[in-house]
Design a protein. Structure first.
Lengths: 586, 583
């Protein structure tokens, strides 16, 4: 279920990533062809340089007639190579950016279709990271890294071919020596790995500490904890310094060491080549070509070791993204009833439900609600009142039993049909970044301006909206930061007012609304509930007393059920709750 | 960035040694092509195998020495950069801890955290690069040009033409693509915003069956991002082929004109080769320079953000009075507000916009003060002035008859226990957390505090009792438990003044009532300030302040206020009529 639980192998993940690029096959083909031509041509250049230098022997001995055609070829090779190098980058860019776009869209589309259970049980931060950072990392690491790997391999193979064609012995020397740098690099990186792990552990600890202390500076100041915080921080910081110096030093060894290996290869080619030249097995131009190749040949090896770490990070990222894409969607409601007549009668029959099979939650719930009745759900915070909402809206399916509207099982109608029958106002108000108008019209975009304003007026929101800097055009910032909690709730009520659903689900806010707005919200709720079947997660006695049925919940279970009078007479949990309230406030 | 250079002076040794040794390595690297040229010109021409071997040995020796030099440089770089980072982090954290609430509000928490972590890391990287590459890369460029000049002055003109040309291409591409990255970040932020909205609002989206529409919204943002990266991609795709083209054309020219020079006897074959080699070195070094430009652009932005923090001077001056030197004025009230007004900085100058205006009241030792009012009425603002988290803009706040400005922060705040609105606990054991206000509080005091705060029972139920670990964000405790622990924490310091800032909202009703009773019984000498939005929480207080829009509109007991204060009556009525809450 979690994002990191995927068990697919690296090659499977690679395969899937490649299949993502299928629609852009022509870019693929062009990129590969350009890489072959671009790299091939660039490899030809050292040979041509060598040829040309061969004709530059000494004073009075320079064969320009021979040099010029070589240089002409060289010029052509340079032009063709740079052109195709550009084409290759262009194609891989398009290829990777377009496939990444598709991947992101696919993942987002999946989030719209997964059962709510998935979204509820995964941290939103993780999911956002998968959608944003992980997809980015795939783009950077995998697709770009892949092209680097590809050109690297082509360069290595091409160089090898050219070297072999010039001189087999020296070519073999280079082949044997070069991977040394590869080994050196991996030897060092294995050594540094433990240091890095240590470093990131301390760094994580330090960041956590900073987040705690700076994020809660007011509490820190309240308790005069500043000095102690600085002291602790310094100690951790010093520890990070010690480990950091070693980690950085070890990791920075790779570059000089591989450079040293390259130097050795270069010297070896120089010595053996020169000796061969003395023996007449090689001319000076060929030696030059060889020396250039020796440099070129080792470079991709260094790059590849860097690319591999990036590839691994990208693969891990891809695995997380695919685990989102692989989630099962809600069962299709294709072919289910779209038109269902609804007068507000709801029957809950023998319903059982639990989030985790081992911990039964709701068992054998029966409830028959006639049109226009009001049901209050009551209980301490965290008692599972939202579970009822989840089942009514079919965000979760019941395990046993059935919920019927007008006698029709909710599983036999389209989700859209079912959900459009309810108007829902949650305690955690949800507004998106957009204008006030967009937010009110969210449920019915085709509503006219008059209808929209009428809804706002009915929800007691019109007045405060008028006072906003730009009225209905005011942009609501992220999380509605520019509105008070009560105002946000009024907007959400207006949104439901506009859709005029036959049934309602309301979640009363607990606190932190100022008194005046509170009264408005209360009135708006009352108006909304007129003549509609309503389910209210209630915190207010007045709401509760006027309900036709009260469900009392505790620790996820429905423990009592009945009218206010019935429950009081019963003398159970509800009566206790009511008495404790009554005793003190009167 | 220059201002932060002062940290380098603590690492003088490394700053000198590092680049010096790196230069040494670069010199060796520059000598290698010359040696190779000698092998070609002398060794091969004279058929002298011994010479070739000696020269070859020299090349390996140069490489080995280069390696040693490089290692010394890398170590210096690691030492200096990590050291600078550590000192900078230390100073930054210390500085942030000295700022007052008003200043911290201005910066914002997330921004503070990224500055202490990310921005310092950027500086750290820049210091490492400064030591490792800043001297080396330009030196290699200049060195290669000088070497080529020594080989042949006329031919080196090609070098003088090529280096600026490549630099120009680098500049042209980068100066255009770097601004794009900021835009790209913005578009990415939009993607993450839409994702976040859809996750937190999943129920609403599905309730209105808006999945299709949301996908379209996302697709649009996604396409915008793609269009942008494709555009940047097109631009930066030019970089490598262009430099490749320039460098190789230069090599072609070197061979062509070099041919003439050799023909004239001004150069040898090996020297032409050496020239070609220097050209390659220059191209590699220029790429490094380009990367350096990027790193330093980022670092200077980070440095500016860090300096911004250092530039904020703590606006509040601490008083002289240390704990133990306090002589309360006899007969003075414990807390006194003498015509106090307060406006948040950056707010409007108009005095009608004061968050608190002309507050006058006093509380005697042992009394309970209740403060009631809607959101934004100034309740929290008022209590924040008592421990001097903010400075009153007008008037005087006194504790025990002494102006709060005369106390040192420690002396003042150690007398005051505050339970904030948001229940915040810290990573550590329960005991650590309870001892926040008083490190040396004995176990009996902790237990007394826990018991009074109604936390004793659930602490005992934890399998490790007071040694139970509180995780980051106190994820392992419920809202109500957290709140009771924060109350216990405040009590454990045995303050003279206890401020409860709307801090029983997560408690169920019975616990809340028991808590208030326990406070009454156990803390007779404590002056208690209770801030609330509900009449039930404060109706029994000795004195109640009714706040509305920053003004005290009523002052007195519950009964008096019911009689005299219109606002108080309204609040009471609204809460009665809508029914008290059942929790």
């Amino acid at each position: 279920m979690g994002l990191n639980d995927s068990k697919s192998t690296s090659s499977e993940v690679m395969g899937r990533l490649l299949s993502l690029t299928k629609p852009y096959r022509r870019y693929w083909i062009m990129a590969v062809a350009s890489a072959l031509i671009g790299v091939g041509m660039s490899l030809l250049i050292p040979v041509l340089i060598g040829d040309a230098i061969n004709y530059v022997v000494g004073p009075g001995d320079v064969d320009f007639a021979a040099i010029l055609p070589v240089l002409a070829w060289m010029g052509a090779a340079i032009l063709v190579s740079s052109l195709f190098q550009w084409l290759m980058t262009y194609c891989t860019n398009k290829l990777s950016f377009y496939s990444i776009r598709d991947l992101r869209l696919q993942a987002f589309g999946k989030l719209q279709k997964v059962p709510l259970k998935y979204i509820d049980s995964n941290s939103h931060g993780d999911l956002i990271q998968a959608m944003v950072d992980d997809v980015d990392r795939i783009s950077d690491g995998l697709l770009q890294g892949f092209t680097q790997l590809f050109t690297g391999v082509v360069t290595i193979l091409g160089t090898l071919l050219f070297m072999l064609s010039i001189n087999v012995t020296i070519a073999l020397v280079v082949v044997v020596l070069t991977p040394l740098s590869f080994f050196v690099a991996s030897f060092i990186s294995r050594r540094t790995y433990s240091k890095f792990k240590e470093q990131s552990a301390i760094r994580g600890e330090l960041t956590g500490f900073v987040e705690e202390m700076l994020g809660n500076q007011k509490v820190v100041k309240t308790f005069c904890y500043e000095d102690r915080a600085v002291e602790k921080f310094s100690a951790m910081n010093e520890q990070l310094n010690q480990v950091g110096v070693m980690a950085q030093f070890y990791s920075s060894l790779t570059n000089p060491c591989t450079r040293f290996v390259n130097g050795v290869v270069y010297a070896a080619v120089g010595i053996i080549g020169a000796v061969s030249a003395v023996r007449g097995n090689l001319n000076v131009g060929q030696l030059n070509s060889f020396l250039i190749y020796a440099n070129q040949y080792t470079k991709p090896f260094n790059e590849i070791s860097g690319v591999i770490t990036e590839l691994q990070a990208a693969l891990a990222a891809a695995r997380r993204v695919f685990s989102v894409i692989d989630q099962e969607t809600e069962p299709s409601d294709y072919g289910l009833a779209e038109q269902v007549r609804c007068d507000g009668t709801v029957d809950i029959e023998n319903v059982a439900f639990s989030y985790v099979p081992e911990r039964p939650l709701i068992e054998n719930l029966n409830l028959n609600i006639r049109a226009g009745e009001r049901v209050a759900v009551v209980g301490p915070t965290g008692c599972g009142k939202t579970t009822i909402i989840n089942l009514l809206m079919r965000f979760y399916d019941v395990d046993r039993g059935a919920i019927r509207l007008n006698g029709v099982d909710v599983r036999e109608m389209k989700r859209k049909t079912l959900r459009s029958m309810y108007g829902m106002v949650l305690q955690e108000t949800w507004l998106f970044r957009g204008t006030v108008r967009d937010n009110i019209k969210y449920g019915r975009e085709d509503a006219t301006e008059e209808e929209m304003v009428a809804a706002a007026k009915a929800a007691y929101a019109h007045n405060f909206i008028k006072r906003l800097p730009e009225g209905y055009e005011t942009m609501i910032t992220e999380d509605g930061g520019n509105l008070s909690a009560g105002q946000k709730q009024l907007l959400c009520i207006a949104r439901v007012m506009l859709t005029r659903p036959p049934m309602l689900i309301l979640d009363e806010a607990t606190s932190n609304i100022d008194t005046l707005t509170e009264i408005r919200v209360q009135k708006a709720f009352e108006k909304l509930m007129e003549g509609r079947t309503s389910f209210v997660v209630a915190h207010r006695l007045s709401t509760i007393q006027e309900s036709d049925c009260i469900l009392v919940m505790d620790a996820g279970h429905i423990i009592e059920q009945g009218t206010h009078e019935e429950l009081l007479a019963k003398g159970g949990f509800y009566a206790d709750l009511y008495q404790s309230q009554f005793a003190v406030s009167r | 960035m220059i201002r932060l250079a002062r940290y380098l002076k603590y690492f003088k040794k490394q700053v000198v040694i590092g680049p010096a040794f790196k230069l040494g390595e670069a010199v060796f690297e520059l000598i290698v092509p010359l040696v190779m040229a000698r092998i070609i010109d002398v060794g091969i021409r004279n058929q002298d195998t011994g010479y070739i071997l000696r020269m070859g040995g020299l090349m390996v020796a140069l490489g080995l020495m280069g390696l040693c030099f490089a290692l010394i440089c890398q170590y210096s770089a690691a030492k200096a950069s990590q050291g600078v980072g550590t000192m900078l982090r230390d100073d930054l954290f210390r500085h942030l801890n000295q700022l007052s609430h008003g200043e911290l509000d201005k910066i914002g928490t997330n921004s503070m955290i990224t500055r202490v972590t990310n921005d310092v890391n950027q500086i750290q990287l820049a210091v490492a690069m400064l030591i490792r590459l800043v001297v080396r890369a330009p030196f290699l460029v200049v060195g290669a040009i000088i070497m080529s000049m020594m080989l042949d002055l006329k031919l080196s003109l090609i070098f003088l033409a090529v280096a600026p040309l490549v630099a120009l291409v680098l500049y042209a591409v980068m100066s255009r693509s770097i601004p794009f990255y900021r835009v790209r970040q913005k578009r990415l932020d939009r993607i993450s915003l839409i994702t976040r909205e859809n996750l937190s609002g999943v129920r609403v989206v599905r309730a209105f069956a808006k999945q299709q529409k949301e996908e379209e919204r996302f697709e649009e943002a996604n396409q915008e991002l793609t269009d942008l990266v494709v555009r940047v991609g097109k631009l930066s795709a030019v970089l490598n082929p262009a430099t490749f083209l320039i460098m190789n054309t230069a090599i072609l020219l070197i061979i062509y004109f070099g041919g003439y020079r050799v023909l004239d006897g001004a150069m040898t074959q090996g020297e032409v080769y050496a020239m070609v080699n220097y050209m390659t070195q220059i191209s590699l070094a220029l790429v490094v320079v380009a990367n350096l430009v990027v790193i330093f652009t980022k670092a200077s932005a980070s440095a500016a953000r860090i300096n911004e923090i250092f530039d904020i001077r703590p606006g509040m001056k601490e008083g002289e009075l240390q704990p133990g030197q306090i002589r309360p004025v006899p007969g003075a009230p414990r807390i006194e507000f003498d015509h106090v007004s307060f406006a948040y900085p950056g707010g409007e100058k108009d005095s009608s916009k004061d968050a608190l205006s002309d507050a006058v009241f006093s509380v005697r030792p042992g009394e309970t003060l209740g403060i009631i009012g809607g959101t934004g009425s100034g309740k929290t603002t008022l209590v924040n002035l008592i421990p001097r988290f903010y400075e009153a803009t007008k008037g005087q706040v006194l504790v025990d008859g002494i102006p709060v400005q005369d106390y040192s922060f420690k002396a003042l705040r150690r007398q005051i226990g505050i339970v904030p609105q948001k229940a915040v606990l810290f990573y550590g054991t329960i005991r650590d957390n309870l001892r926040w206000g008083n490190e040396d509080a004995p176990q009996e005091v902790l237990e007394w505090a826990a018991k009074t705060a109604q936390a004793q029972d659930f602490i005992r139920q934890q399998n490790k009792g007071y040694d139970t670990l509180v995780l980051q964000g106190a994820k392992n405790f419920s809202g109500g438990q957290k709140q009771r622990l924060t109350i216990a924490r405040a009590l454990a310091a045995q303050p003279k003044i206890l401020i409860l800032d709307d801090s029983s909202s997560a408690l169920d009703y019975a616990t809340d009532a028991r808590l208030r009773q326990a406070l009454k019984d156990e803390c007779r000498d404590m002056t208690v300030v209770i801030v609330s939005q509900r009449t039930s929480s404060i109706r029994h207080a000795d004195q109640i302040l009714v706040l509305d829009d920053g003004k005290i509109v009523g002052k007195g007991t519950h009964e008096e206020l019911l009689k005299d204060c219109k606002e108080y009556r309204e609040i009471c009525e609204s809460q009665e009529s809508s029914g008290e809450e059942v929790k």
